[in-house]
Design a protein. Sequence first.
Length: 369
Amino acid sequence: MHDLTVIGGGVIGLAVARHFQVAVGWQCLVVEREASCGLGISSRNSEVLHAGFYYPPNSLKARLCVEGREQLVAYLQANDLPLNMCGKYVVAETDATSELERLRRQGELNGVGNLEIIEAGWLQRRYPELAPLPALHSPGTGVLSADALVHFLAGEFQAAGGDLAVKTSFVGMTNTDSHYELALEDSSGERITVSSERVVNAAGLSALEIAQVAGFDYAERGFELRYCQGSYFKVTGARGRFQQLIYPLPTANSLGIHIKLDLQEEVSLGPDARYLPELVEDYSVDPGLEAEFRRQVRPYWPAIDDYQLVADWSGLRPHIFVDGELRHDFHVLEEGPAGCPGWVNLLGIDSPGLTAALAFGPYIAQLWD
Ligand SMILES: Cc1cc2nc3c(=O)[nH]c(=O)nc-3n(C[C@H](O)[C@H](O)[C@H](O)COP(=O)(O)OP(=O)(O)OC[C@H]3O[C@@H](n4cnc5c(N)ncnc54)[C@H](O)[C@@H]3O)c2cc1C
């Protein structure tokens, strides 16, 4: 019998399992469908350590982003994992400076310090290829390696005695009075049953489906999942051109197509936001999107037309709609009221999930206190 079973070995599932195995001392099991951890959303994102000023005060995203960011910076530094605290600028047209001020105030309310509005012209003096626009400077933003983080978490979890079963899918649940019986299936189709006192469903894009398979009727609660694809284009010949991330103002369902840097200072543009017609994990990038990418980036980086863009890769955001309306916040749902105490479904864990990852375990522990 395990104290806790976590379904899904992405960054969230591993961070939760590590917390309970290492910090709390429980015996935990992680089941991961793929041959290796972190191949889902955790390997297809901007790898930005967000400061926490985008999210409404008192939202779970604001809380877990700010708490998780602090924990993650300390964790990455203590374990010598890659992190470039490069900072970022959010730029706005001059007549939208009030939006920058709104983000700054929101950041302050969320506990994000050091946010500063920079006058039009300053950023262009630093980067002559940019338009002379005012910007919000966030020195507390950085870039990390999601892959290095995932593998370090998995290693630490196992070194502390945690059990990790890869190529193993959760396929069903029976709730007894004292614990959960979980049906698992390996890649050859063989089934086993394991027992667990508590369960966290951290299955990313499949989390809503798994909740339904486990018997939680989210359709009745008005929940619907849609995959919101975010594509990226590589900017050839621009390596080292920028040392900071440059973002436009956020849109209704994304942070906007930004200048993304990796740890080698390679430059990409993305992600955009478009809903897939079906719940199919389609990661193909349509090269025909290039003109739209240029159109959105040109207002703040007019020199983009001097560069070639190459369609690169994409990621999928698990967007949750309730009664037809997009719900932006994370859903951390303890199912005690549905007769399943100790079962938590994590739904809609899109950005800033990577930044917030280490805060999920302590938050769930509080729910169970
Ligand atoms: C385009 C994009 C850009 C983003 N940029 C950022 C960013 O810059 N900064 C940031 O903080 N966040 C960002 N995010 C969000 C962040 O990437 C996610 O919040 C985070 O990676 C979610 O991790 P996860 O563990 O929930 O999901 P996943 O990594 O998808 O893990 C879920 C795991 O569950 C497994 N699984 C599924 N079904 C089963 C089953 N039946 N049995 C067993 N296992 C199963 C899957 O194989 C998978 O490994 C971005 C997301 C996207 C899509």
